[in-house]
Write a protein that binds this ligand. Structure first.
Ligand SMILES: NC(=O)c1ccc[n+]([C@@H]2O[C@H](COP(=O)([O-])OP(=O)(O)OC[C@H]3O[C@@H](n4cnc5c(N)ncnc54)[C@H](O)[C@@H]3O)[C@@H](O)[C@H]2O)c1
Length: 442
């Protein structure tokens, strides 16, 4: 099939590459000229395992093309995906300006009947109707709008797209829905996991899915904080909970709060949808406020340990991305905490396998107080404590003797509970985890 994907970010580029990889003719569009030129030169603008190989291969084999020209891409395609960002607006609602601007661009370029416009961006209920209105207002050709929210996870995006748990296809027109379903058939070799529904239910499914995942994280973080208060070990509590099949082991790991470009904005956007419909989204609001507090957790623990005075302290930070295997630092707990540390007079020495360029850009205003180091052990030189924010594999089993020799104080704040408190006790560290105060060592 001939496909255009408008918006070549985390979602658009992955979708475009995967659809090309199974034989479709795909044009990836972006308004960012530098991004498109880089892609044509074989430079992938984001870090995502496996993506570079797939993009280069399909580009060389001429199934994947890059352009800034939306009209040409629309004219050449039967199915046009919208995969632009839907950032939070000031009131928490999803900012649909990019989606609606692209819808208008598409409408003005339609050159035949029955093209299918697929909304892959995460959008509030009713957006498909608004896209439809824009198409009708700006074109004399009929186009069909399909809602096809994306569920990939950064860090395993290719695997998720190539082998999805489910594909949601929401549409008012059966033929348009089937056309989109057909695009996904090659990814359904073992079992059919395409669920057809109406546009509104499809749009809602995405928000509901992200919101329950965020809820699980905030719930577990609240449990961890209660564990801290009552000297229980959340690592054991979690295992005990997970053995109940109704609860299960997934997504119940406490930590420093969720970040990234999806959960925070999607929880807020769904709460705004509820409020716009005269409902009081008490649970969603609580999920967000627990998360905001949790992002402050290591700062609070450090403030306690250093008796309320962080000025003049130097802290080593391991991990800057909001989770491992991505360079995405949007709403990352590490960057938020770094700002708090610097506000309190601390100096930061930070390292991350791939997220340093994005972090450096985001923290440019703090360049006097924050330095970045490729070698993560060098962050420890002259540092008063080590903070682990992101559980990258390379941080899981470090040389603790070397860490102890380099630090001024042998203190570790483990924001992801990846270290064994017993091992650290033997080595003479003071250890702070999340919900593990029963194991606090001093
Ligand atoms: N990142 C994820 O893990 C993920 C997962 C599922 C769903 N989503 C949703 O998918 C959507 C896209 O997210 P993303 O992370 O890929 O965003 P992104 O910011 O990485 O990419 C969006 C791209 O769209 C481009 N763009 C914006 N306006 C444009 C226009 N008018 N014409 C052409 N290009 C334009 C931008 O330049 C950018 O490259 C969002 O709604 C997001 O919520 C994201």
């Amino acid at each position: 099939m001939k496909v255009a994907v408008i918006g070549s970010g985390y979602v658009g580029l992955v979708a475009g590459a995967c659809l090309a990889d199974v034989g479709n003719d795909v044009i990836c569009v972006d308004r960012d000229t530098a991004k498109i030129e880089a892609l044509k030169d074989g430079v992938i603008p984001i870090y995502e395992p496996g993506l570079e190989d797939m993009v280069l291969r399909n580009y060389q084999e001429q199934r994947l093309h890059f352009t800034t020209n939306t009209p040409d891409a629309v004219k050449a395609s039967d199915v046009i995906f919208i995969a632009v960002g839907t950032p939070p607006g000031e009131d928490g609602s999803a900012d649909l300006s990019h989606v609606l601007a692209v819808a208008k661009d598409i409408a003005q370029s339609l050159n035949e009947e029955d093209k299918v416009v697929v909304c892959k961006s995460t959008v509030p209920v009713g957006t498909a109707d608004r896209v439809r209105e824009v198409l009708v207002a700006h074109s004399s050709f009929t186009a069909h709008v399909v809602s096809n929210p994306e569920f990939l996870k950064e860090g395993s995006a290719l695997k998720d797209f190539l082998s999805p748990d489910r594909v949601i296809v929401g549409a008012a027109n059966d033929d348009a829905a089937k056309k989109v379903g057909k695009l996904y058939k090659p990814f359904m070799r073992r079992s059919e996991r395409i669920l057809y529904m109406d546009n509104r239910s499809a749009e809602m499914t995405k928000y509901a899915s992200n919101s329950i995942l965020a809820t699980k994280i905030s719930f577990m973080n609240e449990i961890a904080n209660i564990c801290d208060a009552v000297d229980a070990d959340v690592a054991l509590v979690r295992k005990g909970m997970a053995m109940d099949e109704r609860i299960g082991p997934h997504f119940i790991y406490p930590g420093v709060g969720y970040g990234g470009s999806c959960f925070p904005k999607d929880v807020r956007a769904l709460a705004k949808v509820a409020m716009d419909n005269d409902l009081d989204p008490q649970l969603l609001n609580a999920v967000e406020s627990v998360n905001n507090l949790q992002k402050q957790r290591l700062v609070d623990l450090a403030t306690g340990f250093f008796q309320g005075d962080l000025s003049g302290k130097t802290f080593a930070i391991w991990g800057l991305s909001f989770k491992p295997k991505t360079d995405d630092t949007r709403e990352s707990p590490a960057l938020i905490s770094i700002r708090h540390f610097v506000e309190q007079g601390a100096t930061i020495r930070a390292s991350d396998p791939v997220a340093m360029p994005n972090s450096e850009a985001e923290l440019a205003d703090l360049s006097d107080s924050v330095s970045f180091h490729r070698d993560y052990y060098s962050t420890l030189e002259g540092a008063d404590a080590l903070f682990l924010f992101t559980e990258w594999n390379e941080f899981r089993s470090p040389d603790f003797k070397r860490i102890k020799a380099l630090l001024n104080h042998p203190v570790i704040f483990d924001g992801r509970n990846i270290y064994d408190p017993g091992d650290l006790r033997e080595l003479g560290f003071t250890y702070f985890g999340i919900g593990r105060s029963s194991l606090k060592i001093s």
